[in-house]
Design a protein around this ligand. Structure first.
Ligand code: ADP
Length: 159
């Protein structure tokens, strides 16, 4: 049986924190689908298409990782892909509270899909897409936070 995991998120834009989780997940699962969820309640900087392009460029060295998008409910999407697991990254205590709520709801919706939490690499504990956007807006250097291709895309948005 192929062990398939979904790595869901907004990825607006993808950061080294996301990539760390994706790379580590890809070592454990046979196949990881990184899925951009179009969360209407957030006001994204990048379109879904742009976020997918950036994710594809940043994961092209990982043969068992593919990129997709969805506007369905996460558990409906995971079920439709026959996934066994969902991977989420955990940074601070604030992530924990939110993730507990979502995971308990997801388990009620579909108990067969397990959620795996991966603790962030220490160096990325305080890294988020929002922080990156905030810093890039003032044209400060974000090269420690995102790959080159993302840095360039941010520079184009804020030029
Ligand atoms: P969402 O809107 O679903 O939280 P994000 O794009 O912010 O989407 O995050 C997607 C996933 O990546 C989440 O599981 C989040 O916890 C994780 N993540 C984001 N940044 C980091 C980081 N610096 N270290 C570890 N995990 C992270």
């Amino acid at each position: 049986m192929t062990r398939l995991a979904i790595c869901p998120g907004s990825f607006d834009p993808v950061t080294y924190g996301h990539l760390d989780i994706i790379q580590r997940g890809a070592k454990i699962f046979d196949h990881v689908i990184v899925t951009v969820f179009n969360n209407q309640s957030k006001d994204p900087l990048f379109t879904v298409k742009e976020r997918i392009e950036l994710l594809k460029a940043c994961t092209s060295d990982l043969p068992n990782v593919t990129v997709d998008s969805s506007s369905s409910l996460l558990m409906d999407y995971a079920k439709s892909k026959n996934a066994q697991a969902v991977i989420r990254g955990l940074r601070a205590v604030s992530d924990f509270e939110y993730e507990m709520q979502i995971t308990s709801m997801n388990r009620q919706l579909y108990a067969d899909i397990e959620t795996f939490f991966m603790m962030t690499n220490n160096q990325y504990s305080f890294l988020s897409s929002s922080i990156v956007k905030e810093v890039a807006k003032y044209r400060a250097n974000v090269s420690d936070m995102v790959p080159n291709v993302v840095e360039e895309a941010l520079a184009r948005k804020f030029k």
